[in-house]
Design a protein around this ligand. Structure first.
Ligand SMILES: [Zn+2]
Length: 54
């Protein structure tokens, strides 16, 4: 579990939002195409969000 991959996930997530302005299945599908194992990063962020509060 590398934090670098979490950053990838955040960037890819934002890229997906350029085309999909919501969290529809279509949006998550775009994320999944670019980062097939995105779900573990999504979970990690949910659990460690407080670490990123700056
Ligand atoms: Zn989002």
């Amino acid at each position: 579990m590398s934090p670098i991959r979490v950053i990838d996930y955040v960037v890819i997530h934002e890229l997906a939002h350029l085309e999909e302005r919501n969290h529809s299945k279509k949006c998550w599908n775009k994320v999944k195409i670019m980062l097939p194992d995105y779900e573990q990063y999504k979970e990690w962020l949910k659990e460690n969000k407080h670490l990123l509060d700056i």
